[in-house]
Design a protein around this ligand. Structure first.
Ligand code: 5GP
Length: 117
């Protein structure tokens, strides 16, 4: 069972609010971003509550690797692996993190700009 937590993503994990899920297993959930920035914009999150990269611990190394591999799998499933994509995680105020539950943005399906900020 996922830990109880009080972010919007926690509510999605617990099924309390709907999301367009694209992948789920016992540790990871992926769903479409509600405000997509590109034709493909999926959020890949751990079911375990990790508030952000600052809160990831050595014991989370395997889970962090899995999150990236799930991003790769979804990119393949969505047919954007060859054209390319971006994986981003925002951390803290300067990173413009708005939801305090670790998430990787998988973005693609169009030519992205070279800018990060
Ligand atoms: P951040 O700004 O923290 O890096 O990314 C948070 C992302 O979560 C944003 O891209 C935002 O559109 C998305 N988001 C916020 N609330 C919801 C929601 O209720 N459902 C979904 N699917 N995405 C959400």
């Amino acid at each position: 069972m996922p830990e109880k937590n009080d972010t919007i993503f926690g509510k999605i994990i617990r099924g309390e609010i709907p999301a367009s899920k694209v992948y789920e297993d016992d540790e990871v959930l992926a769903f479409s971003d509600i405000a997509p920035q590109a034709p493909v914009h999926v959020l890949v999150i751990p079911k375990k509550r990790i508030a952000g990269m600052n809160d990831a611990a050595d014991e989370d190394a395997k889970l962090l690797g899995k999150l990236l591999l799930v991003c790769k799998k979804i990119a393949q499933d969505k047919g954007i692996d060859k054209s390319g994509y971006r994986i981003v995680t925002n951390c803290g105020p300067h990173g413009c993190q708005s939801v305090e539950h670790l998430h990787f943005h998988l973005v693609g399906g169009t030519q992205l700009t070279g800018k990060l900020g």
